[in-house]
Design a protein around this ligand. Structure first.
Ligand code: C2E
Ligand code: MG
Ligand code: MG
Ligand code: MG
Length: 292
């Protein structure tokens, strides 16, 4: 019986592995055609100032809708795009699209908005990455100092020429650097200073617990204090509740982004979201409550 069991387990295991492999291959095949079939688009999520309550910028986020597979989350297809190298053409398209659409939104709203775009590790292996950035800026007419690239802190630490040299050249163009998902990696203070980071984005996992969990609250407070000490702006991401928002206001976080404020939307809907926000400025007063 034990032997039978073992075999069944093996069968179940291999069947599920087979299914996973087949799904991966299907998705990989589909992803190869996503760009050509015009299945990709960008959504934009507003970022607001916690001092003025006004929208200060937007993060561009890739969206993929496949005719048969439906909409596939970036957390699924970005890793696949990285492994297969498809992130290079896809990332290039995303960069150009976000610069052009972001510039159009700045013009239409007549607001000084920044455009944030994510760059993943594999994109830094692309020889002409800086050229792609320059080309996107010149073609869109977006001013370099209005562009923020978002990288994760571990990317500063790989200490490889292709990352550091490219970051330096982007900085020389005037492009700003944000550290995404901050607090989850292993970045040291010296890196933050060396690369003249402009913004830190506190990872959602801390923001989510900050209103209720004393340890998470301490992490958020510490990141804010450290950033301010280093003259770096700090953004909280993944704000989902009024409680989290009030905590961030009390702790003098500079900016916030999250579904509580607005979900990522297509370019065509962004203006309406911003106008709605401007008409009902929910700029809650900071209330001195608990120790959090
Ligand atoms: P990220 O850069 O940390 O982006 C923030 C993620 O949090 C986005 O997920 C956004 O939709 C989600 N989010 C925003 N507000 C909330 C909230 O209140 N609650 C929750 N639970 N989530 C919220 P998304 O769009 O699924 O993207 C996932 C990741 O994929 C991004 O994480 C980024 O690392 C990557 N990614 C997205 N677009 C691009 C792109 O154009 N290029 C590259 N290289 N990576 C991208
Ligand atoms: Mg990001
Ligand atoms: Mg993030
Ligand atoms: Mg992320």
């Amino acid at each position: 019986a034990a032997k039978d069991n073992g075999r069944n387990q093996f069968q179940i295991f291999s069947e599920s592995m087979l299914k996973e492999t087949a799904e991966r291959l299907t998705m990989e095949h589909a992803l190869r055609h996503a760009l050509g079939n015009k299945e990709l688009s960008m959504h934009y999520q507003p970022q607001i100032s916690l001092t003025t309550g006004r929208v200060t910028g937007m993060e561009a986020l890739l969206r993929w809708t496949h005719s048969r597979l439906g909409s596939i989350s970036p957390s699924q297809f970005i890793p696949l795009a990285e492994e297969t190298g498809l992130i290079v053409p896809i990332g290039e398209w995303a960069f150009m699209t976000a610069c052009c659409e972001g510039k159009a939104l700045r013009d239409e709203l007549d607001m000084d908005l920044t455009v944030s775009i994510n760059l993943s590790p594999r994109q830094f292996q692309q020889k002409n990455l800086v050229h792609v950035v320059e080309h996107s800026l010149s073609k869109s007419g977006l001013s370099p100092d209005k562009l923020q690239i978002e990288i994760t802190e571990n990317m500063l630490m790989v200490n490889s020429e292709h990352v550091l040299d490219k970051l330096q050249r982007m900085r020389e163009l005037g492009v700003r650097i944000s550290i995404d998902d901050f607090g989850t990696g292993f970045c040291s203070f010296s890196y933050l200073l060396e690369y003249q980071v402009d913004r830190l984005k506190i990872d959602q996992s801390f923001v989510k617990k900050a209103g209720t969990d004393a340890n998470a609250a301490a992490v958020v407070r510490t990141i804010i204090a450290m950033s301010h000490g280093l003259n770096i702006k700090v953004v909280a991401e993944g704000v989902e509740t009024d409680e989290q928002m009030r905590f961030l206001l009390r702790r003098k976080c500079d900016e916030a982004q999250g579904n509580f404020i607005a979900k990522p939307v297509p370019q065509a809907e962004f203006c309406e979201v911003v106008r709605r926000y401007a008409n009902s400025p929910s700029s809650p007063e900071s209330e001195p409550v608990s120790g959090l």
